[in-house]
Design a protein around this ligand. Structure first.
Ligand code: NAP
Length: 456
């Protein structure tokens, strides 16, 4: 077998001549470190983490980069901050806009003034990187088109699965990115809670208090627990994939508050678990989507993600079972994605920063055509995992199945697992309306309480 450099002798050299000699230009010693001037919109949890990492010369020198935080915009100048001081701190948006930046990192916590400021910056050709999912979900298409018209980079890898940099990977691969099915865990707080609830003897309230103590859940965790944060992220993801903008009103959303430790134990006895899922699929007939806790077989990759991990599984015309996972949020990991995005954005302006000599990257990250179009997702028909409870009495397995079937649900199996007054059943594919109707019938005619979770 020839080595890579057998040209000198004209004869192949034996394979034992290791290491290979490869003809390649020597790397330049002492490559110039370039400085990227950063403007920071917001210096809260994520903003401070960005400022800390930006100041970590050892971390950034490896990338041949130095960050200089020129100015940061905040609401309250007097607040204590746990990060190096930026060149200037201001509470005046006009003063911030007068600054000169290679890249502005937007980490405000509201849509306004973020939308106005980002539109102004992109409009004057300044690159913007953001972690603000509400901003991108509501105004991403408009901001993308401003960025494209001015040749400015607009990147938002940190908005969905903040520390799982999969969008950038797909942006370079349009065939892979033609996705028709998205199945994901996008809310780390909910995943952490359900993982904790699977531990013996833990109640939902105890799991929530533990998550709050560790900083995984906000003091007011309603948006996480009720599926609203996950719904925002699903709207954002499908929009990035070019499906159009899912109507939030039409989206079938349920939260995780109804899941109990016994539900998780029953799911385990059937070879599965319950995870906080967002799911969307599209075909010629339209889009079907839901957000909510769902029973997953243990063989599904998402079922193995414990704690606050996030993950996403993508299927499309050209790929199946493409799976990414990692930490979903947290200031420090989000800062890594933001500064990587900032390097990419700066590279569009300074080719010397770009690794390799490939064609110029597109200004932004959008994977599909800019979607202004509204899409009304239908609630899908799926199999279900049903908990039935008869107050004060354990329903006999042989008696409960006919009652559930008579209420209109196709019973596939009654689990062996039971507690004092509940049993769990596997139900065949049904739409939500049929399941809700059957639950009402069971309550009205037999005083049986039932709670249904989708099964995937
Ligand atoms: N936390 C995470 O792990 C995470 C992960 C991914 C994405 N994100 C997203 O990143 C963004 C920032 O999150 P965060 O946790 O850092 O929020 P945060 O701690 O609430 O920080 C928000 C920052 O914005 C500033 N601000 C808000 N309104 C302003 C206004 N009108 N004028 C000037 N400054 C204003 C605040 O100023 P003051 O400090 O003076 O109040 C604060 O510095 C959010 O959009 C969030 O969804 C967060």
């Amino acid at each position: 077998m020839p080595t890579l450099d057998s040209s000198k002798t004209g004869h192949p050299e034996p394979v034992t001549n290791w290491p290979l000699r490869v003809r390649a230009p020597k790397p330049q010693s002492g490559t110039a470190i370039r400085t990227i001037r950063i403007g920071l919109l917001g210096l809260g949890q994520v903003g401070q983490a960005v400022a800390r990492l930006a100041a970590d010369r050892a971390a950034t020198a490896q990338a041949g980069i130095r960050f200089q935080v020129e100015q940061a915009l905040v609401r309250d100048l007097a607040k204590a901050r746990g990060c190096p001081k930026p060149g200037r701190l201001t509470d005046n948006a006009t003063a911030f806009l007068r600054g000169t930046y290679d890249v502005v990192i937007e980490v405000l916590d509201t849509v306004e003034p973020a939308r106005t400021l980002v539109a102004r910056l992109l409009g004057r050709g300044t690159a913007v990187v953001t972690a603000n999912k509400a901003l991108v979900a509501e105004h991403g298409a408009q901001l993308d088109s401003i960025a494209a018209s001015r040749g400015a980079a607009f990147r938002y890898e940190a908005t969905a699965l903040a520390a799982v940099p999969f969008l950038g990977t797909l942006a370079d691969r349009p065939l892979v990115a033609s996705v028709d099915r998205v199945l994901a865990i996008v809310n780390g707080t909910s995943n952490y809670l359900l993982t904790s609830l699977a531990q013996p003897g833990i109640t939902f309230d105890q799991a929530l208090k533990g998550a709050q103590a560790l900083g995984y859940a906000e003091p007011n965790a309603a948006r996480d627990l009720d599926g609203l944060d996950a719904a925002d992220k699903l709207v954002l993801l499908t929009s990035i994939f070019g499906w159009g903008r899912l109507s939030r009103e039409a989206l079938d959303v349920s939260g995780i508050r109804s899941v109990t430790a016994d539900d998780l134990a029953a799911a385990r006895s059937l070879g599965g678990t319950i995870k906080p899922i967002v799911s969307a699929e599209r075909d010629a007939s339209g889009v079907r989507a839901f957000v909510g806790p769902a029973f997953l077989a243990a063989t599904e990759p998402l079922a193995s993600l414990g704690g606050a991990l996030n993950g996403i599984r993508l299927d499309g015309r050209h790929i199946t079972n493409l799976f990414f996972s990692g930490p979903g949020a947290g200031p420090d990991v989000t800062a890594v994605t933001l500064l990587d995005d900032a390097i990419q954005a700066a590279a569009a302006l300074h080719p010397a920063l770009r690794p390799g000599a490939g064609p110029k990257r597109s200004a932004g990250l959008r994977l599909g055509p800019a979607p202004e179009r509204s899409v009304f997702p239908a609630s899908p028909a799926t199999p279900w995992f049903l908990r039935v409870t008869c107050p004060g009495v354990l329903p006999a397995a042989t008696a409960i199945a006919p009652l559930v079937a008579a209420a209109g649900l196709p019973v596939e199996r009654v689990a062996d697992y039971a507690n004092a007054n509940s049993r769990w059943l596997l139900i065949g594919p049904q739409g939500r309306r049929a399941v809700d109707g059957a639950i009402e019938t069971l309550a009205a005619t037999h005083r049986i309480d039932a709670v249904g979770f989708r099964r995937l």
